[in-house]
Design a protein around this ligand. Structure first.
Ligand SMILES: C[S@@+](CC[C@H](N)C(=O)[O-])C[C@H]1O[C@@H](n2cnc3c(N)ncnc32)[C@H](O)[C@@H]1O
Length: 346
């Protein structure tokens, strides 16, 4: 899946074929404006307000306490980017916005857009990050609930899309009772596995500021009795022992190669014989030196937030092999075009 500059008519197709369209300008202008307007609309509560029915720009501005003309221009821009429909001077959520952006919708990714807003703030300084190598350091920097709240709530919403598929395809033994979710953050993966295996209880091991946020998300999902939290740094805290399953989901890209190898070894020691290690991770994937857009996003996002990178599947598999696991298999979930799952048995 990719974003592209797509001609709207025959003339545009022709000039594109002639190679005289400055496509990087189109990508920068419309990509930047599209992302910014959707994030601003979400932050301001536009999609929430329009979920109650259509409004004029003036009425919306009064409701959101925003500048009337600026509100109208934002709405018109959102029309252009497919999130709002305009009829007779009144505005309503488009079908896409009603499904994905309105906070109250069952499929809402509102929290994930707020998370992307945090990332976008970081992307604004990307040239400085590259110049100096000084990263945002989301996990170990001095950040409070203003980061951890949107971060984990956003990831929790994104996890819901593939959680069912993961819990269905990863086969745990019928008697599986104890799952350790390393860096489990929002706890939604644990919750999905607990829903699939009625005897299962999970422990999420995560950094101290993540714990209260994760606990609140899990409580809201009604899973607090099955998914518990323990605060600790996965690199130094004990992982316990006798687990039926260890999940390491979207955490490897926060670690250096040495820390990844150590994590695989810790998982091996923490699992009981026959227990399952499951890694879900963004993959550094290239075909003849070409990296696709999903891979590009993963690559730069990992560096900016953690100073690390997306690793190739073979590298991650190598850490699992070196830790002494057997029956290693790799597969790619249907949701998440750049994600890879590595399963192995202790
Ligand atoms: C990208 S999030 C992934 C969250 C969740 N596992 C998922 O797949 O959506 C990375 C998680 O790892 C946690 N994490 C990062 N470094 C950690 C460390 N050194 N010790 C414990 N947790 C860590 C973060 O707090 C965060 O919850």
């Amino acid at each position: 899946m990719r974003l592209d500059v797509v001609p709207d008519n025959v003339l545009e197709r022709l000039v594109m074929l002639m190679g005289i369209v400055p496509t990087p300008m189109v990508q920068v202008s419309w990509g930047m404006a599209g992302a910014s307007t959707i994030i601003a609309g979400s932050r301001l509560g536009v999609f929430e307000a329009l979920a109650d029915g259509e409004l004029s720009a003036l009425d919306l501005a009064a409701r959101l306490d925003t500048h009337p003309l600026a509100t109208e221009t934002l709405l018109n821009a959102l029309c252009g980017f497919g999130c709002v429909d305009r009829r007779d001077g009144r505005y309503r959520n488009s079908a896409l916005a009603a499904k994905w952006l309105a906070p109250g919708s069952k499929d809402s990714l509102h929290d994930a857009v707020l998370l992307l807003g945090l990332l976008q703030d970081g992307f604004a300084d990307l040239d400085q990050v590259v110049r100096t190598g000084k990263i945002l350091d989301w996990h170990h920097g001095d950040h409070g609930p203003e980061l951890w709240g949107p971060y984990l709530r956003g990831l929790g919403k994104l996890a819901k899309l593939p959680a069912g598929e993961l819990a269905r395809r990863v086969k745990l033994g019928p008697g599986a009772r104890r799952l350790l979710d390393v860096g489990g953050g929002h706890g939604q993966w644990s919750a999905a596995f607990c829903a699939r295996y009625p005897e299962l209880c999970a422990e999420v091991l995560d950094l101290p500021p993540a714990v209260p946020v994760g606990e609140a998300i899990v409580a809201q999902a009604g899973m607090a009795d099955r998914v518990r939290y323990r605060a600790g740094d996965l690199r130094t805290a004990g992982w316990g022992e006798g687990w039926d399953c260890v999940l390491i989901f979207n955490v490897i890209h926060n670690l250096s190669p040495e820390e990844c190898q150590a994590a695989a070894q810790r998982a091996r020691t923490a699992l009981k014989p026959g227990g399952r290690l499951v890694i879900l991770e963004a993959e550094h994937r290239h075909v003849r030196d070409r990296i696709n857009q999903a891979g590009a996003f993963a690559e730069i996002m990992c560096f900016m937030t953690s100073g690390t990178r997306a690793y190739p599947e073979a590298t991650m598999r190598g850490w699992v092999e070196a830790a002494g696991f057997s029956g290693i298999k790799t597969w790619r979930p249907r949701f998440g075009p750049y994600m890879v799952v590595i399963e192995a048995t202790a």
